[in-house]
Ligand binder design. Sequence first.
Ligand SMILES: Cc1cc2nc3c(=O)[nH]c(=O)nc-3n(C[C@H](O)[C@H](O)[C@H](O)COP(=O)(O)OP(=O)(O)OC[C@H]3O[C@@H](n4cnc5c(N)ncnc54)[C@H](O)[C@@H]3O)c2cc1C
Length: 397
Amino acid sequence: MGKPLSVVVAGGGIGGLAAAYVLGRQGHEVTVLEQSAAFGEIGAGIQLGPNIFRMFEVLGLTEAIERVAFFPAGLGMNDVRTGETVVRVPLGGAARAVYGYPYGVIYRVDIHNVFLDACKDQPTVKLRTATKVEGYTQDAQGVTVQLAGGETLRADALVGADGLWSRVRQSIVGDGKPRVSGHVAYRAVLKREEVPTHLWSDDVLLWGGEKTHLVHYPLRRGELFNLVAVFHSNKYDEGWNTFGDTAELNERFAQAVPQVRELLEKIETWKMWVLCDREPVKNWSDGRVTLLGDAAHPMLQYLAQGAGQAIEDAVVLGEALKHTGNDVASAFQKYQKARYLRTGRVQLTARFYGDIYHASGVARELRNRMFQSGEESAGFAGLSWMYKGLDLKHLFD
Ligand SMILES: Cc1cc2nc3c(=O)[nH]c(=O)nc-3n(C[C@H](O)[C@H](O)[C@H](O)COP(=O)(O)OP(=O)(O)OC[C@H]3O[C@@H](n4cnc5c(N)ncnc54)[C@H](O)[C@@H]3O)c2cc1C
C-alpha cells in the first residue's frame, strides 16, 4: 500500500460524502468542498435497490441506514386511468431471497445524514461549506484546485462529485449543458396523519398513464409519505427545486382515478425538478482528476439508481486506489473502466423505462403483457444485472 494521499472532493451531496467516507476510512486526508452554506439535502424520498444495500454492508453502514429506512411490502404498477393492477411484485423477504439484500426506501435527508455523520467520525475527513470549486490545473506532483474568491488548494487528487451541472466535468468531458428530457417531476412529502387510510399504501406504487405517472411510498419507518408526479412538459427551465404549477399538474392528471386525484389534492405546495441526463461517456478522468455520481453519469430517475450508482462509484474508487497502491492516475483509469459500461447501461435503460411507464397504444399493451407475463418482473428478472450488484473480487479483471 502506497502512502496516504491528500484528496479534494468537490461537492458534498450523497456521492461526494460517500467518496469522502470511503477514502477517509482508507487513511487518506480528504477535504470536501460544498458550495452551499450548509451540508443538506432536499426533502424527498429515494429508493434503494439490493445492489445498494450490498454497498452499505461493505461500508459498515447497514444498521445506520436500516434505522431510518422503510422496507416496502411490494413494488406495484397500476393504470392511472382505470386503477387496474398492471403488475405487483411482493417484496417482504423476496429481494433478500433473490439477491441477499433488501429493497428499501429512504428520506434523502436521512441518507445524507448517515454519510455526513460517518464522515464526521473519520479524523482525516475535513468538511468545508460555502466553498465553490471553479476549476483546476495539474502537474506531475499534484493538482491545484481553484476556488471562487481566488483561493487555491493543493492536493494529490481531485474528485468532482459536483452533480449534474459539474464544473469539473466541463474541463474533462466538455459536453456543455445536460440534455433536457422534457419530463418534469413534482414532489411533496406528507406526514402519516395527513394521508387518509384508504389512500395509504405500504408499497412503492406507481400509477402509470400516457406521458404521466405518479409514484408514492412511505418514508422514515412509515412516519412520512413521499409523492412524486412526473409528466411531459414544455417547462424547460433548468430549475432544480423550484415551485411547481398546481394547475398544470391537475390538468395532466384530470383523467386519473379518484384516489389519485384525491391524493394530489392533499398537497398545497409542490416542488419541481426539470429532469435531465447526459449521453454516457467512457472517459471521465484526467490524470489526477476524476468524476463521480451525477457529475460522471447523470441519469433519469426511472430506475431509481442515481444515488445508488454514486455510492457504488465511491466503493469502486476506494478499491481502485487499494489495487494500485495509491497510484492516483492509474487508479482513476481502473475505476472508470470498471464503471462506465454499468453506469452507461443504467443511464440508457432509465430512458427506456421512462418510455415504458408513460406508454400509450401498442406500447402500453406490450408493457402490460411484458410485466404480466412475469418475464420481466418475476424475481426482478429484467433488472437482475443491476440489482445483483458489484462483484468486488473481480472488479479489475
Ligand atoms: C425526481 C428524482 C428522483 C430520484 N430518485 C432516485 C432514487 O429513487 N434512487 C436513487 O438512487 N437516485 C434517485 N435520484 C437520483 C439522485 O438524486 C442523484 O443521482 C444523486 O443525488 C446524485 O448525487 P451526487 O452527489 O452525485 O450529486 P448531487 O446530489 O447533485 O450533489 C452535488 C453537490 O455538489 C455541490 N456543488 C455543485 N457544484 C459545486 C461546485 N462548483 N463547488 C462545490 N460544490 C458544488 C452541490 O451543491 C451539491 O451539494 C432521483 C433524482 C430525481 C431528480
